[in-house]
Design a protein around this ligand. Structure first.
Ligand code: AMP
Length: 430
């Protein structure tokens, strides 16, 4: 099927076609083109696709199509499809999208995740659901308490399986598999594919068809990537400078630790920037509220640990910042997958302290792409201007010129950068 194919060429019923029209989905994305026919014909699937490629619809649409063909009993609905997701945010997002896709076909969709009261979820589950989207820990709890069962399961989706393994969910997944009815159709989606994913697939998939929409571990092509050489102690200042002088709209800022998330958020607020934070110590209610405000565009800057990396679905997030580079290079791919989504353009900016240069090298190795380390852009005529100067390894001695220079780029250890700016300012102009 060509990239110009329309949804009408996929064997989806009229109700689903109408829903897609209403949602403004004019044509299927590449993963949808590849995956939907295979799921419809009953194959197990091993799909390598990043977040932002439209992968949720690529499994949800054919599952809904197939479930809708068999009439569910009106009074009580057994769980016939289960989607396992690594984070609560992703579970909520996938459930919301699936509910939207299946509304016209009267699909009952529920999400199940930890951090909220169990009894409410139990009560809702008792009313029955066709499709459940769950994080592994809470689902296992419910299964072990015999509140729900998976005896009628026809479809099982492992969404963002690589992330679930990263987060140590292998044991709960194994146990959930033991609770799950067979035969069933199993679909495994992963942004990155490595040996552990292959092993998982070998174990739980039956003769799967493999599909892939992006080169292995590559980043979305519409995302421009910048890396700025910054000292750790200057990062907050540089970030505030970039947001203000770059006249940014919304941005998602990734910071390594919860404590640092709070510090950065406080700093930005003091600078008069509309910022809020989200991390694992926040209550589920706070997290949902912040995500809601950010998704609706009410909140400008969201500062987060990696916990937010998976579940956030904003169609045109213009900036993602790696305030700290992740030490696991795959996390970089997941993080910057938050921008440039569904065909939009985006910028991923990394603030790289001297100690993080090693991480940058590893990231470059993974994505097979060089991300040039540059000085922080300078301010010229009210606009930020990117420099093409390279940043050399930190020198021990300070140069004399340092004292007279602008505060950017940060001064501590990047004399080489500063000298370029001082001696040849024309280099910094476009
Ligand atoms: P996902 O990769 O599932 O997180 O989807 C990323 C975004 O793309 C979501 O906001 C979807 O609503 C949107 N999307 C999915 N499929 C399509 C499509 N065929 N056309 C336009 N937008 C889509």
């Amino acid at each position: 099927m060509s990239s110009n194919s329309s949804f009408s060429e996929l064997a989806l019923c009229t109700e689903l076609q109408k829903t897609l029209q209403k949602l403004g989905y004019n044509k299927p994305t590449p993963i949808q083109l590849k995956a939907i026919p295979l799921v419809l014909q009953g194959d197990d699937l091993l799909a390598e696709a990043q977040t932002g490629t439209g992968k949720t619809a690529s499994f949800a649409l054919p599952i809904i199509e197939k479930l809708s063909k068999a009439e569910p009993s009106p009074d009580y609905r057994q769980i016939r499809a289960l989607v396992l997701a690594p984070t609560r945010e992703l579970a909520i997002q996938v459930a919301d999208n699936t509910l939207e896709y299946g509304r016209s076909l009267n699909m009952r969709v529920m999400s199940v995740y930890g951090g909220v009261r169990l009894d409410n979820q139990v009560r809702k589950l008792k009313r029955g659901a066709d499709i459940v989207v769950a994080t592994p820990g809470r689902l296992l709890d419910l299964l072990q308490q015999k509140v729900i069962n998976l005896k009628h399961l026809e479809f099982l989706v492992l969404d963002e399986a690589d992330r679930m393994l990263d987060l140590g969910f292998i044991e709960p997944i194994k146990k959930i598999m033991e609770f799950s009815a067979e035969p069933r159709q199993t679909l495994l989606f992963s942004a990155t594919a490595d040996e552990s994913i292959e092993i998982l697939a070998e174990f739980y998939l039956n003769n799967p068809k493999k599909v892939k929409v992006n080169p292995r571990n590559s980043t979305a092509s519409q995302v421009k990537q910048y890396a700025y050489a910054v000292d750790n102690s200057d990062k907050a200042d540089v970030l505030s400078y970039l947001i203000k002088e770059g006249k940014w709209g919304q941005a998602l800022i990734f910071v390594r630790t919860k404590k640092r998330v709070d510090e950065v958020t406080d700093y930005l607020k003091k600078e008069g920037i509309d910022a809020a934070s989200i991390h694992g110590d926040k209550t589920q209610r706070e997290r949902i509220r912040m995500l809601g405000e950010f998704t609706s565009g009410e909140l400008q800057i969201l500062v987060a640990t990696d916990v937010a990396a998976r579940g956030l679905d904003i169609e045109s997030l213009p900036h993602v910042v790696n305030y700290d580079l992740p030490n696991v290079p795959e996390a970089y791919v997941h993080r910057i997958g938050r921008t440039g989504r569904a065909g939009e353009r985006g910028e991923a900016i990394s603030l790289v302290a001297p100690a993080e240069r090693e991480f940058l090298k590893r990231i470059e190795g993974l994505i097979k792409q060089k991300i040039k380390l540059r000085p922080v852009p300078s301010l010229e005529n009210g606009k930020l201007v990117e420099s093409n100067a390279s940043v050399k390894p930190p020198k021990k001695k300070r140069s004399k010129q340092k004292k007279n220079l602008d505060r950017y780029p940060p001064q501590e250890k990047y004399e080489s950068t500063l000298s370029v700016k001082a001696v040849r300012p024309s280099l910094l102009k476009k």
